[in-house]
Design a protein around this ligand. Sequence first.
Ligand code: PMP
Length: 433
Amino acid sequence: MSESDLLARHRAVMPNWLSLFYDRPIEIARGSGRRVTDAEGNTYLDFFAGILTNAIGYDVAEISDAIRAQVDTGVLHTSTLYLIRKQVELAEQIARLSGIPDAKVFFTNSGTEANETALMIATQYRRSNQILALRNSYHGRAFGTIAITGNRGWSASSLSPVKVSYVHGGYRYRDAFGSLSDADYIKACVADLRDVLQTATSGDVAALIAEPIQGVGGFNVPPDGLFGAFKEVLDSYGILLISDEVQTGWGRTGEHFWGIQAHGVTPDAMTFAKGLGNGLAIGGVVARGEIMDSITANSISTFGGNPVATAGAKATVDYLLDHDLQGNAAKLGTLLLAGLRDLAERHDIVGDVRGKGLMIGLELVASGGTDPSPSHAAAVMEETKARGLLVGKGGLHGNVIRLAPPMTLTDEEAREALDILGASIAAVQKGTK
Ligand code: PMP
């Protein structure tokens, strides 16, 4: 069956709001290293699935072997009501890596569920249903997490019971304080936080949740230190800081293992998912023990932390630590950022190049101006695909090209992607004249 038949069947049986990339969406049939091959036999360098799923890449022997060893026992899963060795080992490892004192870990099957759990423990611990989130945030698609998602394009319902107030500090390129220096931007955001606390809440807020670099929102990088400055204010109220590391964790940003560490602060809780299982469904929360244990009722997750997912995730974390993939992300991120900044100098449809490590965004704008141009972003995506490179798209206006390759990326592959992006952006720029 061809990809277009499959697309027609997908459209007929699945909801309209389930997004697909590309005019002609592809079916990925095989993968190896950083490359995937679609059902029609076209091969692409994958510069997007690195965050979404494949932190390490495709067909990694160490990870497949760990999963296969569990499959070979004949038990894919029974229940988290029994002891699961890999789950405990992975939890110990994440607790240690988190830097959070007396940390405890709870596993889920997704980032949404991880954030729902974080909301549950924070609101229970603080006995408050008030939450602060950043404007332009994305935290998930369930009833609580859509409320703390500060982007109407993704907030699928407005009926959530969570009381949320939004603060500045997310989308610096276009927000009200965007033109200020780093230091003044932080001051303005802290003043905004204080103002929101006084005018929009009763003060006894449970937590502030933030992505250290906004993912869906367009890879927006706040100045280092912003969340450290926020924490001082939060501490004076007893409000918790939750870092949503679903996209920024595991060394992706190059300079730190967790994105929040760029802000000189240890959060009270962190959530994670996506790349952790290198393609398997796993997520979770790591939090100070007293916050995690504030739930007194029983609660379980039938599949969260199952033996297949935790075996794959443990092998993934071991692999990225053993191979210093954080160091590789820093090195190749620097190379890519320099190449892309050079490209932006020569093409005025690239309004902004930003990112850290292997999390890089290109904001596309109308030629000669700064108006967001989702049509240029869509065109660049089609051009790169035609040249054998998959990239992502996002941002409030759908005009940000997002690059997030697996962290095993090589120098040659980084240069290949730069060449393809250069040719693709040039083709789109030419079409605007
Ligand atoms: N948090 C962040 C920062 C995300 O980027 C996402 C997914 N885009 C989520 C939470 C939700 O994760 P999931 O899709 O696994 O539910």
